[in-house]
Design a protein around this ligand. Sequence first.
Ligand code: 6R9
Length: 775
Amino acid sequence: MAQISHINYCSYSSHRVSLVSPSPRPTAPFKAQPSTLLRLVRWSHSAPRCRYSLGDGMGTRSAAAGSSPRRSLVTSDHLRHVESMAQLPSGAGKISHLNAVILGESLASEENDLVFPSPEFSAQALVSSPNRCAGYQQMYRRSVEDPAGFWSEIASQFCWKEKWHPEVYAENIDVGKGTVRIEWFKGATTNICYNALDRNVEAGNGGKVAIYWEGNEPGQDGQLTYAELLDKVCQLSNYLKHVGVGKGDAVVIYLPMLMELPIAMLACARIGAVHRYSPQMSVVFAGFSAESLAQRILDCKPKVVITCNAVQRGPKTIHLKEIVDSALTECANDGISIGLCLTYENQSAMEREATKWQEGRDVWWQDVVPKFSTKCLVEWVDAEDPLFLLYTSGSTGKPKGVLHTTGGYMVYTATTFKYAFDYKPSDIYWCTADCGWITGHSYVTYGPLLNGATIVVFEGAPSYPDSGRCWDIVDKYKVSIFYTAPTLVRSLMRDGDEYVTRYSRKSLRVLGSVGEPINPSAWRWFFNVVGDSRCPISDTWWQTETGGFMIAPLPGAWPQKPGSATFPFFGVLPVIVDEKGNEIEGECSGYLCIKKSWPGAFRTLYGDHERFETTYFKPFPGYYFTGDGCSRDKDGYHWLTGRVDDVINVSGHRIGTAEVESALVSHPQCAEAAVVGVEHEVKGQGIYAFVTLVEGVPYSEELQKSLILTVRNQIGAFAAPDKIHWAPGLPKTRSGKIMRRILRKIASRQLDELGDTSTLADPSVVDQLISLSDC
Ligand code: 6R9
């Protein structure tokens, strides 16, 4: 039996995937079973200066003398091979110190750490295959060999006023061959709202529940059938038309998870204007601050802002209208006046009398919308007309307006939803995401409703009044598909099994995960405890930019490996490239790119096609660059390893380090700031900020709080730094570039791994920073 004398726990950091310490953390020394599956992180050797690092998301890397081993996933039985794999200098002796992460206890081996769907599940699944995934493989092959045939067949199941012509798709994603251009179903006319609502009503499903709404307080609920939802959407559409929303106009929606949020999205989608442009619609996550909202309003200059007076989240009341008021004042100061703020009165959170009001601009939803007709003809729009704009963080301070169009997005979200969740008409589906993020667009609203599904929309907080709330809701509505984020799984896991096992959960059939890599211990808890070891987990890898799932298991088809998003969805051609952009075959690690377009792809960054090309298509010409690292194992499974750019993923929310830095430096007492991501047990990554103060300003706890508050006010609470580290100076190269690599090591206390600091303009700042670590 292999004995590892020192096993240091190292939960995952920004660059490593699937590395999280299982809880409870065992105390060293840890005695591994021969079959314990480990991911090696780094180890040192009894020979001096011999230290190896692995798994920084970009493949194997040698941190010091010697060449590094080829694999980071081993069972402890394999450990004896490590030395030979590492090609240690002769006479170097034994491995003396090892950091590894246990991926699973006593697994038979890496090879058969496979979780198979039950035969009963597979027998009923849309794509199943007793025969080693033959069903999937057949469909996948067709989708990549004949994308036009594959997708046009699927698209024919939707309603189009006119069919696409002359071709199903046209693309150029190679910057070397000219402007990047992606078009699907061009020339066709359709309407996504019609397909999501009217089509279902016309098919005889008007009486089926479309939305179950659960409020913040248990017992607060509501529901709408497809026919009722259609009526409500039409009323709002008519109102919007009445106030002159038309071609090229934007509507900003700043609403919490009320039924009015999907209603507003669908109403905008319904009323493409005269020249076959749908109004650009932009939903802004209602956790963003007034300044962020103002920035987005200034960017797209909406005719109408839709909000509500307040929302109750857990025990807190959030006055959304006040946030909108200050955003609108800020916009007015910048010369952009918004003439109409349609405000929904959310009575359970706040009475209308208590709401601050600006006559002439503010209008109560309830006073105007119900007066309009419940019939509203749809505007047929071109498949390539814009559907919505969603802002996401990039590696610069300015958020990117990701633009999705209508036809391809419709076909893609509907199809991915159907297959990745193995959707059946009898399912009740609940996605915990907020509509303000892409997940809420594609998989709360469009994907499910296009399939005629019954969805649950939850306004409250998942741990209110206690950590059993999710399972209470699952039992109440008999939820069969539950889709959430690893951060929620981890926080519920920390609160203990009894909150889960108190509820039956027998309605559950399929589970889903999104937003960041799900670490194997959270995967196992989700699978074993929440899903009673019978519900496959669809770990869906995708992005705001991709519109829909890109790499995800089809629950009945593939045996799963905890922590792997498995295989590409139909029509998706993922490739892993090295630093020079060469495709790497077989078992490897590198940068994840996509070859060829897919229907749900974004078409541009709003108002900045050049940035679109520079960010996504220039780094590796000929490919779409995802910004993520990825490894592929010998069985072809994909393991996403997190962002390789300056983007931090906090609880599944993308935050650019530059955005946080620019918020910090706007504080009058902050001279400079550098932000890095650090591992965080629940959030996945936390925000760690190094701050240099203006000359002469003393450090204080008060100042720390005020810096954090500045970020909360400028971006939102979710972007607040977890730690402010005082930095009299920052480690910079002679050309003035901040060496974030060193800051990451200091932030994660990997002080023996600082690497070469000799190229710094002033190497002494490093010691200074280390000495201030605990201030
Ligand atoms: C849908 C969404 C996208 C980034 C993406 C990646 C990370 C999302 C993931 C995942 C591993 C998964 N990500 N899902 N990483 N496994 N299943 O989250 O969109 O907010 O744009 O974030 O999130 O790093 O690049 P978005």
